[in-house]
Design a protein around this ligand. Structure first.
Ligand code: ATP
Ligand code: MG
Length: 559
């Protein structure tokens, strides 16, 4: 396909690709990759990178590889490999048969390292890690050359072979590129190429006791796979000269590295290391805890793939780091759920109401619309009877001004049902309200009174005999500060009230048959989804997001 014509506005990456296509670079191919290290679960930041890499491939009729960047045998695990595949697929992307592993290239990478040695471009160093650090210099001072830098090619080949054969201990020797110890770019001061690590790898087992370093592995993996545009985050900008150096020295296919600003979200941490410590220390129930910014956490929380993709598109890509307001993500999610979630009634904190003039034993099936935003969602029947539950805080014995809900002597509308009027308040011995006695007006079934009298409040409710018990997990932000860890340990910024489990909620009978992952709008309460813990015997819901749109407010103020 020629230029991507779909987008009116082109970000700088797509502009580069358009230019490349115009001059016929890479024979008109566009080939990207998403290269996660399988040392944790993917998070919303990775989603940005996934949408960018797979999205560009899709738009240009190109390809995107899934490549595991698995060069660190100690921290990696198949559990993570599997979760990454599930998450990318869930987001709606497909890598066909192009599932690759940097570890599959270990033989080739070894040969490339030997090539560098033969060309006098790499040497085995005996300095300790600490000495290497000292010799490296600083941003303002040049580095010093290692005394082992000028070993002969023969000696280097011999030592590197013996490194591979396991003759040396971890850290005893290291293979380094021979570049320039005085370079203004510290990454170019003879960076490590191979290190000794006597550890089993999740894919290559005990075949290797030397492992290639990231910078060496990454550019060559890109090259081997015929990648055209290697898109990565800004912190690799200073590594680009090294990326280019390896490829130039080895005279192989040379993809172009392009950097963009990583996603930062307010009230959120995204480092996998930190997320892992939340899991390990039991601060959350697991990687998929609905409060986690991981893709599996967001999925369990009720996020849709469309909302995450929509978010990625909306924030776009830039060259400068910034922090995105999490309210924007929630705003896009709410918009999406508004279109697709059926409305139901659920009472989270029930108060019993007896409708005294309603015939005992009678049950009426009332009509209710499932989704006013989507006619195709149809209608349903909801049972109404003499005893119902309403929300406890929809009643006040002494209503303050502007409280338009139920109070003694006051009349309100029940959604999809009748007007009721509070006649009496029943309390227990402690003075706690246990029940309301009301009357209803049979002539208000349409939702309006025939004499034209108005009510100000409309309440949601469920019939006590038909209601299903449910547990509802209410969430607040996992961190109480906008930039967790800004003033010390991020753990100190955890919000102690981020989870509130409401037992004894009452929901419409329709929800008995809801499946895990299904989303609903609980009228007046927000969006909720069925949790993976939910069973027909015990329904469990997660609060996904409330109805109040703080982003719309922010946008409104700007206008
Ligand atoms: P973390 O810092 O969370 O451990 P990482 O960069 O080490 O992240 P990788 O598995 O190496 O994690 O990331 C895979 C890809 O996702 C890389 O190309 C990386 O640049 C990209 N990526 C990671 N975090 C973000 C982010 N916050 N925003 C955009 N892209 C990201
Ligand atoms: Mg990384």
């Amino acid at each position: 396909m020629a230029e991507n014509e779909n987008k009116a506005y082109k970000d700088f990456i797509r502009t580069i690709i358009d230019e490349d296509l115009k001059i016929g670079k890479n024979d008109g191919r566009v080939h990207t990759r998403f290269p996660p290290e399988p040392n944790g679960y993917l998070h919303i930041g990775h989603a940005k990178s996934i949408c960018l890499n797979f999205g560009i491939a899709e738009e240009y009729g190109g390809l995107c590889n899934l490549r595991y960047d698995d060069t660190n045998p100690v921290k990696e695990d198949v559990e993570y490999v599997d979760s990454i595949k599930e998450d990318v697929r869930w987001l709606g992307f497909d890598w066909d048969d192009r599932e690759f592993y940097a570890s599959d290239y270990f033989d080739k990478l070894y040969d490339y390292a030997v090539q560098l040695i033969k060309d006098g471009k790499a040497y085995v160093d005996d300095l300790s890690q600490e000495e290497i650090r000292e010799y490296r210099g600083t941003l303002t001072e040049p580095g010093k050359e290692s005394p082992y830098r000028n070993r002969t090619v023969e000696e280097n080949l011999d030592l590197f072979t013996r490194m591979r054969d396991g003759e040396f201990k971890d850290g005893e020797k290291v293979l380094r590129a021979k570049i320039d110890m005085t370079s203004g770019n510290i990454n170019m001061r003879d960076p490590a190429v191979y290190r000794i690590k006597h550890a089993s790898h999740h894919r290559t087992g005990d075949k290797w006791c030397i492992y290639p370093m990231y910078d060496f592995t990454h550019c060559l993996s890109d090259s081997i796979e015929g990648i055209t545009h290697s898109i990565c985050t800004l912190e690799f900008e200073d590594h680009r000269p090294l990326y280019d150096w390896f490829l130039e020295q080895l005279r192989v296919h040379h993809p172009q590295q392009i950097e963009f600003a990583r996603l930062n979200l307010s009230y959120t941490i995204m480092s996998k290391r930190k997320l892992l410590s939340l899991v390990k220390e039991g601060k959350v129930s697991g990687w998929d805890d609905p409060r986690m910014p991981t893709i599996c956490g967001l999925r369990r929380r009720g996020y849709t793939p469309e909302s995450i993709r929509g978010f990625a598109e909306r924030i776009g890509v830039a060259k400068r780091d910034s922090v995105v307001d999490i309210a924007l993500l929630e705003h896009i999610l709410r918009d999406d759920l508004n279109k697709r979630a059926d409305r139901v009634m659920a009472v989270l904190n029930p108060l019993k109401v007896v409708i005294e003039n309603y015939p005992e034993g009678e049950v009426e099936e009332l009509n209710a619309i499932n989704n006013p935003e989507d006619e195709s969602a149809g209608m349903r029947k909801i049972p109404f009877s003499r005893e119902i539950f309403i929300e406890r805080d929809d009643f006040r014995e002494d209503p303050p001004k502007k409280f338009f809900r139920l109070a003694p002597g006051r009349e309100v509308r029940l959604k999809h049902a009748y007007f009721i009027k509070c006649e009496d308040v029943i309390k227990d011995d402690n003075g706690e309200i246990v029940e309301l006695r009301c009357t209803y007006d049979p002539a208000t079934k349409s939702g309006e009174a025939s004499d034209g009298r108005k009510v100000k409040g409309t309440l949601h409710w469920v019939s006590t005999a038909h209601a299903i018990d449910a547990e509802v997990r209410m969430y607040d932000r996992l961190f109480k500060t906008e930039n967790p860890g800004a003033n010390g340990d991020f753990m100190d910024d955890l919000n102690p009230d981020s989870l509130d489990v409401l037992a004894g909620c009452k929901v419409e009978p329709k929800l008995t048959h809801a499946n895990p992952g299904e989303s609903f709008q609980f009228l007046r309460k927000g969006y909720f989804c069925v949790d993976t813990d939910s069973t027909p015997e015990k329904l469990v819901f997660n609060q996904t997001v409330g109805l109040r749109d703080s982003w719309a407010k922010i946008e409104g103020k700007k206008k």
